[in-house]
Write a protein that binds this ligand. Structure first.
Ligand SMILES: [Fe+2]
Length: 212
């Protein structure tokens, strides 16, 4: 079984301008809404022209098969900001995902912009309450934008739903990413621990199906 797994780093000068957009994320009413702040958009990306077309107002729903924590719930989040959608850093992320993930020339991509908040150094934030999991797509990409005043949030990749099958751990730092075969590999993010009062981990999670 060969499964696609690509790990790399995007230049910090391209990624760091994206940090400020995460400061405008707000809590939401869903089960994880107080500590996983989020925006969500669905786009169509053309690899050749490098054009991003926003499918405004898309809803996010995951089956219970893949998300025991809050599967089956239709979730509506604000779209990514226009400023972000037009930025060079965001285009670099989408293009990296499309190329490394070997997506079709025109691909539908779902994008989660997430800030995981850690508030109390004595109480780690569980970044992945669903445990080691798959998300139900052909491809998933995780791109860390920033890890501020916190430790943890490492991305762990597994061959199976079993922690003994760990393939690699990717420490969360600005620009670090992985793109993988979500159908064959499994993933998990480690807990996040604030250094002092409060810290956060900012990341994008991109998903796509090859048939789209
Ligand atoms: Fe996931």
């Amino acid at each position: 079984m060969t499964a696609l797994l690509q790990v790399g780093n995007l230049p910090t000068e391209i990624i760091s301008p994206l940090c400020k957009d995460f400061d405008t994320l707000t809590p939401n009413l869903y089960k994880d809404g107080s500590y996983r702040l989020r925006r969500y958009s669905k786009i169509i990306y053309d690899k050749h022209t490098k054009e991003i077309a926003l499918l405004r107002g898309s809803q996010f729903v995951q089956s219970e098969e893949f998300n025991k924590f809050q599967g089956g719930v239709v979730r509506q989040y604000d779209d990514l900001s226009d400023e972000l959608l037009q930025s060079k850093g965001f285009l670099t992320i989408v293009d990296t995902f499309a190329k490394k993930g070997e997506l079709p020339d025109s691909a539908t991509i779902e994008i989660h912009q997430i800030r995981v908040v850690a508030k109390d150094p004595t109480t780690p934030t569980v970044t992945t309450p669903e445990g080691i999991h798959q998300d139900g797509y052909d491809r998933i990409g995780m791109f860390t934008i920033n890890l501020a005043d916190a430790q943890g949030g490492d991305l762990c990749v597994y061959k199976a739903n079993d922690k003994k099958t760990l393939i690699t751990t990717i420490p969360s730092k600005m620009g670090a990413y992985c793109v993988m075969d979500d159908d064959k590999l499994w993933h998990y993010g480690t807990d996040l621990i604030a250094d002092k009062q409060s810290g956060h981990w900012d990341l994008f999670v991109l998903t796509a199906s090859l048939s789209s």
